[in-house]
Design a protein around this ligand. Structure first.
Ligand code: ADP
Ligand code: ASP
Ligand code: MG
Length: 474
């Protein structure tokens, strides 16, 4: 383990403009002043990925003018940010030249896509990669300006993946070898390597991406590959909270949480961490911190191997929207073994992940992410059973290692949401989550009701009770 090495990942809001980039450089400087070495991973500037996707989509529909107009707005934003960010005239001009040539390449690409009128997953990844490519170039200058010797590394030279465009799987041995060859010498020379998250390349050097929110995953892969002492995920909230603070403004920071709990939360929709982030860190027992780049003094959340003892049954509540429930009804399910397999094979064929399953003698209900291939999946299932599906569903998931130690929890949960129509219920085999399916429109209300019940008297050793916003009039 390299105890004095920290991998610091900054999300889109932490690099959203010149001021945010300077603040971020200051946070990295703080770590260096403590005698640590740092590798920095950055997301694209806030909202850039969405805009690149929109440009790619427009080009794919043959709307060349629309695609180029979006790219032109992005060009202006990046060039203007560079102008404010870099004080040295020569350095600023050089950076802007690099950015212009990247944007010229993006324009060419969009024109090509529009001419063909077809957007493939491979080309989509190439378009969307520009966001991280540019933000990392800019942050390298911000770090150098701060005296940290920022050295840009093209993430695509290190993050080697398979060819599953849009959601590529990293090849960890190859990544470790590349990091050792290309990044380690920079650290040893006292530099601060900086790369874009989210992007990688396959063995043939073709650009791939790790899926939305994938910069967290890059940070964990880099931390794992370099045997870092810590991985820090810097975002726009104080840490992992008892629920999404956008739903419950009185959500509390969770001071420590286990890898297992954090993974469950991420999988069930807590956007604060990409679901795959935890694994590379777990494999090497590297602690992960979630921290606030707008409030760097706050302690954040520490994710560790063991869960702290906690008198509250749950640590946090997550919600995942845009799900579809599928009911598959066969006449005599028990009679034919292999029936479940036949059903699951259909989902497998279309690479459609299933979140929750419940069965009875004649029916299976499953929930899946709303998937463009749902009509095909249901048509195929229709050959072996009656199939109905309904969209706009959501899964609410309560996570905590101490569920096991508490009796009567299910009663309390369903009393809290008794005014909501609950479709499916599951208590995970891991015994650290309880989840249920409801209509999307009921999510906010259900989460607030649960939060009010389960975090009324939070355990001060695990939750940041001192920060609780006093309720008006109380
Ligand atoms: P970044 O761009 O830094 O990766 P994200 O937008 O991906 O940031 O994730 C941070 C957001 O995750 C927060 O602003 C918050 O609204 C949301 N979020 C959802 N659930 C939680 C939770 N349990 N704790 C903290 N934040 C959460
Ligand atoms: N920029 C990418 C996204 O918006 C990856 C990330 O930010 O983690 O999904
Ligand atoms: Mg994120």
């Amino acid at each position: 383990m390299r105890e004095s090495l920290v991998v610091m990942k900054f999300g889109g809001t932490s690099v959203e403009d010149a001021k945010a980039m300077q603040r971020t450089a200051g946070i990295v400087a703080g770590r260096r002043e403590r005698g640590l070495s740092a590798v920095v991973v950055v997301s694209a500037m806030a909202k850039v990925t969405d805009q690149l996707l929109a440009a790619a989509d427009a080009a794919g529909r043959g709307d060349k003018a629309g695609a180029l107009a979006l790219a032109s707005r992005l060009r202006t934003r990046h060039i203007d940010t560079a102008a404010v960010l870099v004080t040295d005239e020569g350095v600023r001009a050089a950076l802007q030249t690099v950015l212009h040539s990247e944007f010229d390449a993006l324009d060419d690409l969009l024109r090509g896509i529009a001419a063909v009128g077809e957007l493939t997953p491979r080309t989509n990844d190439l378009v969307v990669s520009f966001g991280e490519r540019m933000s990392s170039r800019m942050m390298a200058e911000a770090l150098t300006q701060r005296g940290l010797n920022g050295t840009h590394v093209d993430a695509r030279t290190c993050i080697i993946t398979d060819s599953h465009y849009g959601k590529a799987a990293p090849l960890e041995n190859a990544i470790e070898a590349k990091l050792t060859e290309l990044v380690l010498p920079l650290i040893e020379a006292g530099k601060t390597p900086i790369m874009g998250g989210f992007i990688g390349s396959n063995a043939d050097g073709i650009t791939t991406t790790l899926g939305r929110g994938g910069s967290d995953y890059t940070a964990a892969l880099v931390g794992g590959g370099l045997y870092a002492g810590a991985i820090e995920i810097w975002t726009d909230v104080n840490g992992i909270m008892t629920t999404d603070p956008r739903i419950c403004p009185d959500a509390l920071r969770v001071k420590t949480i286990s890898f297992e709990e954090a993974a469950e939360l991420a999988y069930f929709g807590a956007k604060v961490l990409h679901p795959a982030t935890i694994l590379p860190a777990v494999q090497k027992s590297i602690p992960v911190w979630v921290l606030n780049s707008r409030n760097a003094e706050n302690e954040g959340t520490k994710i560790t191997a063991m869960a702290a003892k906690c008198s509250s049954p749950f640590k946090s509540i997550a919600a995942k929207k845009k799900l579809t429930i599928i009911d598959v009804v066969a006449s005599r399910m028990l009679m034919s073994h292999g029936y479940l397999k036949a059903v699951f094979d259909v989902f497998d064929k279309y690479e459609c992940a299933i979140d929750m399953v419940s069965t009875s003698e004649v029916s299976i209900s499953l929930t899946v992410d709303s998937n463009q291939r749902l009509p095909e999946i249901c048509a195929e299932l229709g050959k072996i059973a009656d199939v109905k599906y309904e969209g706009r569903k959501a899964l609410v998931c309560l996570v905590g290692e101490d569920i096991r130690g508490h009796n009567g929890i299910a009663g309390q949960v369903f009393t809290a949401v008794s005014h909501v129509n609950v479709r499916m219920i599951s208590q995970g085999a891991s015994e650290i989550n309880m989840s249920f399916m409801i209509d999307e429109d009921d999510v906010e209300e259900a989460v607030r009701s649960l939060h009010a019940v389960f975090f009324a008297n939070p355990d001060a050793t695990v939750f940041d009770v001192a920060a609780r916003v006093p309720v008006a009039g109380a």
